[in-house]
Design a protein around this ligand. Structure first.
Ligand code: GTP
Ligand code: MG
Length: 177
């Protein structure tokens, strides 16, 4: 029998940055131009193989709601997670500021109770910016100051770019957690 491992992933970030669209793309290979906002949170599970199929990873993914009225629920979902994607929209500095807010929250939580939590910054909607976004300097500066952020990926749920790399990193991280 294959060895199996559970891995808990949570997606955080401002409403409309594309958290649910990233999961829909990865799960179903599809994309919706008009997608409804997540209410409360949604759970997705996905099995992926690792080490040439000798190991099966059971990804347990919580897709949180970005709307402000659900913020008090969010700690329920990042508690006990192995990894968090903090997602922003590459066309909106406001959503990047919100990502900074969540990373600061998670850093406190990480140092207090869950030192193994892996923080990944994800810039989505790369299809709408040519190459880098307008606030690339702020992103670089933030990454330099925050050594708790393991990686930064730019992706597009719409055009399906960067997601193989992003989820490859998730699978690669399973043994280390
Ligand atoms: P909440 O559930 O409210 O927190 O939002 P969310 O982060 O889950 O965003 P959602 O996936 O619902 O996407 C919001 C909107 O952005 C939708 O209209 C999507 O079609 C659009 N969108 C998502 N990803 C992309 C992308 O990569 N490129 C472009 N151009 N649009 C995207
Ligand atoms: Mg959503």
């Amino acid at each position: 029998p294959k060895l199996t491992a559970d891995f808990k992933l949570v997606l955080l970030g401002e409403s409309s940055v594309g958290k649910s669209s990233i999961l829909q793309r990865v799960q179903n290979g599809t994309f919706d131009d008009t997608k409804s906002s997540t209410i409360g949170a949604a759970f997705v599970s996905k099995k992926v193989s690792k080490d040439e199929g000798s190991k099966l990873v059971n990804l347990q993914i919580w897709d949180t709601a970005g709307q402000e009225r659900f913020h008090n629920l969010t700690p329920l979902y990042y508690r006990n997670s192995n990894m968090a994607f903090i997602v922003f929209d590459m066309t909106s500095i406001d959503t990047f500021k919100k990502a900074e807010y969540w990373i600061n929250e998670l850093e406190t939580y990480k140092s207090d109770t869950n030192s193994g939590l892996i923080l990944v910054l994800v810039g989505n909607k790369a299809d709408l910016v040519s190459g880098a976004c307008d606030f690339e300097d702020e992103i670089r500066q933030f990454l330099n100051l925050n050594k708790n952020i393991s990686r930064y990926f730019t992706v597009s749920a719409k055009q399906n770019t960067g997601l193989v790399e992003l989820f490859g990193y998730v699978v690669d991280s399973v043994d280390e957690s």
